[in-house]
Write a protein that binds this ligand. Structure first.
Ligand code: PDD
Length: 285
């Protein structure tokens, strides 16, 4: 596995950073996850825009122009074997004496990228759907920043694992649903797809955008608005999206069946549309 660290490509075993890196000490950095299909980075401009939004959110200057990122990412893809990859980009505020305040003058940010083979969900999971739990969303108020400080998300995801489930659906203020610990969540009721709004309380998913675009282009009724917790428990279907999971049906929630307890009609439709889109658009030259 060839990775990129601060201007150099190298085997992952050779990659070293300082223990004083602010990413290590404070979780002071941001990241991106970009799927690559047939060696083409999917929606790279959109991912780089979200990266810029995250960097602006933590007041860190972007170390590269979009043209530079595109070149570096292309080289990383070329140096790794898989046709379908997922790229992890990670930028921290750099190495400095431990002090909460930003280093002044600023230091050089640490830039790390790695590629892993992209493994999409196996057929069994598409047929069975996944089980989820709910939990209070106890994260901060800037969930739109893709911050590397993921301890709340880690603890929330582990709650699902401890319950033998795949993901935790987050409920803000005992009132409305935001997203999953590492995914976006959609509700289906009476044939309509409901999505929470892209605000400061959720990560604006690139897959979320694709699903809403596919719904719009194919005449599937949809609405973007706050989703009350009662609507989550009363849903006909629940769907989960992310770059690595694509679209999955959630068929059990807190130990009870969702709707009919098996993947529903809108899941089947959107999953098929997503696969067509992948073949015709994402993989296309
Ligand atoms: N996570 N919400 C959260 C909190 C996420 O961490 C993610 C993705 C998403 C979905 O975004 P996208 O569709 O752009 O992948 C929503 C990535 C996959 C991760 O942290 O590994």
């Amino acid at each position: 596995m060839t990775i990129y660290l601060n201007g150099h490509y190298m085997p992952i075993e050779d990659a070293k950073i300082s223990v004083l890196d602010r990413g290590f000490i404070f979780g002071d950095g941001v990241y991106e996850v970009i799927p690559v299909y047939s060696r083409k980075a999917f929606r790279l401009p959109e991912h780089l825009k979200r990266l810029q939004h995250s960097l602006d959110g933590i007041k860190l200057a972007n170390p590269h122009s979009d043209a530079e990122w595109t070149g570096l990412i292309g080289e990383l893809i070329a140096r790794n074997a898989a046709e379908d990859q997922y790229l992890y980009l990670h930028i921290t505020r750099g190495v400095a004496k431990r002090d909460h305040a930003f280093p002044n003058p600023p230091v050089t940010p640490t830039v790390f990228m790695m590629s892993s083979p992209l493994l999409t969900p196996p057929a069994e999971l598409l047929h069975s759907g996944i089980a989820c739990v709910t939990a209070p969303d106890n994260r901060w108020l800037r969930c739109d920043i893709k911050a590397i400080a993921l301890l709340p998300n880690v603890l929330l995801r582990q709650m699902a694992v401890d319950a033998g489930c795949a993901e935790t659906i987050l409920i803000r203020d005992n009132s409305f649903m935001t997203e999953g610990a590492a995914s976006n969540i959609f509700v289906v009721k009476n044939g309509k797809l409901l999505a929470p709004p892209k605000d400061n309380l959720m990560l604006p998913g690139i897959t979320y955008d694709v699903v809403l675009e596919l719904a719009a282009a194919n005449g599937i009724p949809h609405e973007v608005r706050r989703i009350a917790v009662a609507e989550v428990f009363d849903a006909d279907e629940l769907l989960l999206t992310s770059s690595t999971k694509e679209v999955l049906a959630i068929t059990r929630l807190d130990g009870k069946p969702v709707g009919a307890g098996k993947p529903g009609a809108l899941f089947a439709r959107l999953h098929a549309l997503y696969q067509d889109f992948k073949r015709d658009v994402m993989r296309a030259a």
